[in-house]
Ligand binder design. Structure first.
Ligand SMILES: NC(=O)c1ccc[n+]([C@@H]2O[C@H](COP(=O)([O-])OP(=O)(O)OC[C@H]3O[C@@H](n4cnc5c(N)ncnc54)[C@H](O)[C@@H]3O)[C@@H](O)[C@H]2O)c1
Length: 469
């Protein structure tokens, strides 16, 4: 994450653009109080879940002059952060060290400090359960911590990706009940406390777009909630896009990720069709991209990875199933995308066959196990599926990844091979699964017997040794 200088005051025009209701004193004292604290940046910001989303967000608020209290389940992560060390690639250790030293940032496993926070942002994981249904346990656990420390005047914002309805159906109902328990009187949302949804759009490893310059969508439960959430984010982010409800904001995120999953599914199917037709998929996509309107290129690959694209659309299709509707595009895209690792392994088998070799007993090097280039994140990586499938067929599999020195994930425990120009020569076949920059692909090609290139990283080389998907 690049550190940027923040404007000390947002302009009147910017304010007018995002405010829906009057900013005059027709609001509750809690509203006026929090607004004043946000504008003079004396509000204490609590962030629950200090991972890929929460930690950059915390640093962004620190950079703008806010004090941030982080809350994290993992004591190990808390120790790292309080020692001034970052474990997130996009967050420099120097930033964490600087803000810890200035006493602008600290992390804790003690959630009672939530009571001191004026704003609480929830950035916990939203994975799928084994049944492929949403696993809401992390959101519920964060919510329980808030409930136990809830007080009047707080703004709670959910950033974790989830199905439309979560903020109102799950969060609002429980927070109102928590207020009743604490004060003996129902807390009114929009007056006594404030609640909004604002999806995170961070793209790890993206050198151009970070938390600061990626527009932020915000939807409040009431107009006052939306106002305060917009004021909150506009203190630190370049552009706020306000929508009319948390449901719209929840759906925005799912549309974005479903759009990607469906288009990747389409182009993966195009790759399967081109294989059958003997046509070069990549050439077709490149030529189609010359159309200056009405076409946007997506690229095939070994399958979807990461915490968002393979998972988030299933939150939407689950919700629709509860309404007796089948989200057909999502189901089809899931089906095609999840078949890609097997397609790649078939390509390996086919390529080895040309050399009269079987997968069983062959030595295979998987180049890249991160789910996308130049990052160190393994989550949902299709490389893991490829390794499993190759091993099941009897291959001796090794991997090389400059960002991931070892794997202990989903039943695989391996250490990365050491890079040398001759690395490829030790294997019957190499599968390029992640197109990390900085790898000497010319040397790899020169010394390898066969290469299956799932990312078209060898597009500038011509060789009989290369098989593309
Ligand atoms: N990583 C991305 O690129 C990305 C992008 C956009 C949106 N999102 C969404 O943001 C959310 C967070 O994702 P992430 O990638 O930051 O996850 P992450 O796993 O990197 O971080 C989540 C952190 O929350 C902690 N945690 C879990 N339960 C907790 C609890 N009850 N209290 C305190 N801490 C808790 C975990 O220990 C972990 O450190 C998810 O909903 C995800 O879908 C992620």
């Amino acid at each position: 994450m690049s550190v940027v200088a923040f404007p000390q005051n947002i302009t009147t025009t910017k304010f007018a653009e995002i405010m829906r209701t009057s900013t005059e004193s027709n609001q509750s004292p809690e509203y006026d109080n929090l607004k004043a604290k946000l504008l003079d940046r004396s509000a204490l910001i609590g962030v629950i879940g200090l991972g890929y989303v929460g930690l950059p967000l915390a640093m962004t608020f620190n950079t703008a002059g806010f004090k941030v209290q982080g809350f994290e389940k993992s004591p190990q992560k808390v120790d790292f952060l309080n020692d001034g060390v970052s474990y997130i690639q996009d967050v420099p250790t120097a930033d964490v060290a600087k803000f810890v030293k200035k006493e602008f940032f600290s992390a804790s496993v003690n959630f009672s400090k939530l009571k001191d926070c004026d704003v609480v942002v929830i950035c916990v994981p939203t994975p799928l359960a084994k049944s492929q249904d949403p696993d809401m346990s992390y959101i519920i656990s964060a919510l329980e911590s808030i409930e136990q420390n809830f007080r009047k005047g707080q703004l709670i914002v959910l950033e974790s990706t989830t199905y439309p309805g979560t903020t109102r159906e799950v969060m609002l109902t429980r927070l109102e009940a928590a207020g009743l328990e604490q004060m003996g009187k129902k807390f009114e949302c929009g007056k006594d406390f404030f609640l909004a949804f604002s999806p995170e759009r961070v793209d790890p490893g993206n050198p151009k777009f970070n938390t600061f310059n990626t527009p932020k969508v915000v939807g409040g439960v009431t107009e006052a909630c939306g106002d305060l959430a917009c004021i909150f984010y506009s203190q630190v982010l370049e552009k706020i896009v306000r929508v009319s409800s948390p449901e719209s904001a929840e759906m925005v995120k799912l549309l974005e990720n479903t759009f990607r999953a469906v288009n990747i599914g389409l182009v993966n199917e195009v790759a399967i069709m081109c294989e059958k037709l003997g046509i070069d998929t990549w050439e077709v996509i490149e030529a189609a991209s010359s159309k200056p309107f009405g076409f946007m290129p997506f690229y095939p690959g070994p399958g979807l990875g990461g915490h968002c694209i393979p998972i988030d659309p299933s939150y939407l299709s689950w919700k629709l199933r509860t309404l007796d509707y089948t989200a057909r595009f999502i189901e089809l895209a899931n089906n095609i995308n999840s078949s890609m690792p097997a397609f790649c392994v078939e390509k390996v088998a086919h390529t080895l066959n040309a050399d009269r070799k079987a997968v069983n007993g062959s030595k295979v090097l998987v180049m890249g196990v991160a789910y996308k280039k130049d990052i160190d994140d393994l989550r949902e990586s299709p490389s893991i599926d490829i390794i499993h499938l190759l091993k099941e067929r009897g291959a001796q599999v090794h991997y090389y990844d400059p960002f991931i020195p070892e794997i202990a994930y989903e039943g695989i425990e391996m250490k990365s091979a050491t890079w040398s120009e001759k690395l490829g020569a030790e294997y019957d076949i190499v599968v390029i699964a992640t197109d990390h920059s900085g790898v000497d692909y010319a040397a790899l090609l020169k010394n390898s017997k066969r290469i299956v290139d799932t990312r078209n990283v060898l597009k500038n080389f011509k060789s009989e040794k290369i098989s593309k998907i």
